[in-house]
Design a binder for this molecule. Structure first.
Ligand code: HEM
Length: 517
């Protein structure tokens, strides 16, 4: 068992508790990236308001923050507290988002890009907080400024000694203005760029938090801002450095280290952690399977696969093979996550086609082509025995359900439940299966982001290719499960089997009744 497994199990159990408390739609653990964006919005809007009153000069900064906090406490003061607490909340959600991807093993293989761009994004957020504390120009700001300049002095690239500026009371207004510029414009622009890069390889990225979570967390921050408003320390006095400070551990955690060790050692530790985090996607060396392949002879250019691809790996271009269709699709192998969702999107992945020859579809996975899936299905159906013959189709990344295989239950494992063409269910039922049990990742979560959502939409007729009416719904059961839900799934399977048995009996009774009449 590799080291990540106990962590993954513990995390999945925790997510399940949160599902019980919040429901899957509002489960905060499923929405950490979106919540981080929401907190950025609060920080941005409150920051704009504070900017109206803030004096960007060294001599006026402290007094203007005091005015904001005490004179105008009822609006600007609350805005200041919201600004601070939403920034802290963003760090918590970013760290939890990062931890989730790690715990669930979603940082290796094709995900390396999102992971690697996430690390500097986190650093940008932290440095934004640091310049923010600097601007208050109180004792804490002086502490941050002094130790930051020691950190900068320790860099071999920058000549001269910045820290002397603070000891010798020579800090210029211009330097303070530079910090203000960085905080108000430079770093936010960097952050926007970093976030754009972070989600660049994903399509249909949702950056708005679910309503309930947004309202709930905003109210939480508001209450906190009212009962415990953010305040400053005493004004900065460059003649002395205060020993006792209320430090914000979310942003300023590195500074006690500078005091305890020294600037160079702090750099070494920070850089080592950064390099380690950046290399993490390659340490388990998880390979992404071969990319999807387009078979133009079977592609009518409907573009559904390009629309459904969660990783922006499929583009639409003008037809190149002279066929009567206007468009064709093209796979960018570097972006393909090998999830197979495009196979489920393709109307040509219909197993009723090309019955006596090899089945070829418009877009296929070379490591598990649709023809092989159909063959596997035929074999599984032929092996089924008993009075309730069931086929389970499911996502191999959700849980290992091959253990449920018995003489009357056969299993077909797919890369993602979104890979399953809806017609395959129809095919199973038409060719001898009494029931089809489908299991994908938990609602609100999908290993490949959108697989189980597209499956639901195909089933309820909102996304092509749909599950047709002729597929007998009473013989289909859709379930959701993660690695920790094996027992529950087994129970649901047993109930489904009982249900199928009863359906079979009722059907036989009806047919016999008809014959008797
Ligand atoms: C700094 C603030 C961050 C924000 C606002 C943010 C937001 C997001 C969002 C919205 C997504 C897309 C989720 C989806 O639609 O499926 C995402 C994906 C991802 N993020 Fe972040 N992220 C941040 C930082 C980080 C950090 C620090 C890491 C790790 C070092 C990280 C790792 C990832 C990974 C691996 C994915 C890809 C998930 C997938 O492909 O399923 N993120 N992030």
């Amino acid at each position: 068992m590799n080291i990540i497994n106990p962590l993954k199990y513990a995390y999945l159990v925790m997510e399940d508790w949160f599902n019980l408390a919040f429901g899957s739609q509002w489960n905060p653990l499923y929405n950490m990236g979106r919540l981080s964006f929401f907190f950025f919005w609060i920080v941005f809007i409150s920051g704009l308001y504070l900017f109206i009153f803030f004096d960007t000069s060294l001599s006026g900064a402290y007094a203007s923050v005091e005015y904001i906090t005490h004179e105008q406490w009822y609006v600007a003061g609350i805005m200041r507290s919201l600004h601070r607490y939403a920034s802290d909340a963003a760090i918590i959600t970013i760290l939890l988002h990062m931890f989730r991807e790690f715990a669930l093993g979603r940082y290796t293989g094709f995900r390396w890009f999102s992971w690697v761009t996430g690390v500097p994004t986190l650093w940008i957020v932290i440095t934004l907080g640091i310049t923010g504390y600097w601007l208050v120009w109180d004792e804490l700001a002086l502490y941050v400024a002094t130790l930051s300049s020691q950190l900068i002095d320790a860099l071999p690239l920058i000549p001269g000694s910045m820290s002397r500026n603070f000891v010798g009371q020579q800090l210029s207004d211009r330097f303070f203005s530079l910090m203000a510029f960085l905080h108000f414009l430079g770093q936010p622009l960097f952050l926007i760029f970093a976030l754009w890069l972070h989600v660049k390889r994903l399509s249909l990225v949702k950056i708005t938090a679910p309503k309930g979570l947004a309202i709930g967390s905003f109210l939480g921050l508001l209450v906190l801002s009212i009962i415990s408003p953010a305040v400053s320390h005493a004004p900065a006095d460059t003649g002395q450095v205060t020993a006792v400070l209320n430090i914000d551990w979310f942003y300023l955690n590195v500074y006690p280290l500078v005091g305890y060790l020294n600037a160079s050692q702090t750099w070494s530790i920070t850089l080592s952690v950064t390099v380690f985090l950046m290399l993490l996607p390659w340490l388990p060396m998880k390979k992404t399977g071969p990319a999807a392949e387009v078979h133009l002879d079977h592609c009518n250019g409907c573009e559904q696969c390009a629309e459904d691809c969660p990783y922006d790996a499929i583009t639409v271009q003008a037809r190149t093979d002279g066929a009567r269709f206007e468009h064709e699709v093209k796979v960018n192998a570097a972006l393909c996550a090998a999830c197979g969702i495009c196979v489920g999107s393709c109307p040509s992945s219909n197993p009723f086609r090309q019955k006596n020859e090899s089945l070829v579809t418009g877009i296929d996975m070379p490591q598990m082509p649709i023809d092989e899936i159909r063959n596997h299905m035929n074999k599984a159906i032929a092996e089924l025995q008993g009075d309730s013959k069931i086929i389970i189709m499911g996502c191999e990344n959700a849980l290992n359900f091959s253990r449920f295989e018995t003489s009357n239950i056969k299993v077909l494992s797919l890369f993602c439940i979104g890979m399953m063409p809806a017609t395959l269910i129809e095919y199973a039922l038409a060719n001898g299966a009494d029931g089809v049990f489908i299991t994908g990742c938990r609602t609100g979560d999908c290993y490949f982001r959108y697989g189980n959502i597209w499956m639901d939409e195909r089933f309820n007729g909102h996304r092509q290719p749909i599950l047709r009416r002729r597929a007998q719904r009473s013989r289909i059961k859709v379930s959701r499960a993660a690695a920790t839900d094996g027992e529950r799934l087994q129970q649901e399977l047993a109930e489904f089997q009982e249900h199928i048995r009863k359906l079979n009996k009722d059907e036989i009774a009806t047919q016999t009744g008809l014959v008797n009449e």
